[in-house]
Design a protein around this ligand. Sequence first.
Ligand SMILES: Cc1ncc(COP(=O)(O)O)c(C=O)c1O
Length: 295
Amino acid sequence: MISQHAENVKQSAIRKIFNISRTLDDVVNFGIGEPDFDTPAYIVEAAKKAMNEGYTHYTENAGFPELCELISVKLKKENNITANPKEEVLATCGGMGGLYLALRTLLDKGDEVLVPQPAWVNYESHISLSGAVMVPVRLEKERDFSLTSDLLAGYITEKTKVLLLNTPCNPTGRIIQEEELRKIACLTGSMGIYIVCDEVYEKFVWEGNRHFSIASIPEAHERTITVNSLSKSFAMTGWRIGFAAGSKEIISNMTKLQENIYACPSSISQKAAEAALGVESDDLDKMISAYTTRR
Ligand SMILES: Cc1ncc(COP(=O)(O)O)c(C=O)c1O
């Protein structure tokens, strides 16, 4: 018999429609969050080189130390997040892997997770797989889907363990401004609530807006797990490579889970990620500029 928790997990309707669309001709795909660019050539070449050089084995559970170092440098430079590459950083199987490990590491049965809505569909399944309960925080279209600490405060109970943020947000595109994030850091700090911040769309910011990482705020730093991925920014969705950063205690436990679920992200994808993060290239700018034109 299938377990209750497996039966309870929902399959995203987006995926169902996507699978049907693949069987039909003449369908325009407005579906899954998938850049229509190929992965930049220098990244693909780095992966081929890695395979030829024999990087085809298990790696450290947290990922190659060289990759963790590059992730740590990126987080400092672009997000002002300090993360020790040896114990506060983890390479994951996409942002999805990071989110799953983060939530499984923090949540117990009955815990509540605040999730501003509308939200990406998979959060709910990640939360229910941990036996926890998703508490939707309704954002209003009339208020531009803005999230405020005052609104959040009304949803907090003694069971609230985690606040799941997604900035920039899929599907609204909305970013949470620094000023509001500072208030949220204070609010959650006073209640001991952890924050999981999904930043996979950090490069997709327009109209003079600026992405800001809540983990760069000292009050939130120890309680925040930042989840990010190369899927969207580097058009690498199929490589399944991402990363997470957080306190030593949290990251060591996420690493332990990763060891027991899939050991490590693909060694080849990790080497590709090293090229993506470590080599200067204007491919990213070109993709963003094309998105801007289309927009
Ligand atoms: C908001 C959000 N977070 C995380 C992900 C996961 O992306 P990946 O696992 O490919 O890094 C997606 C994918 O669509 C997403 O939309």
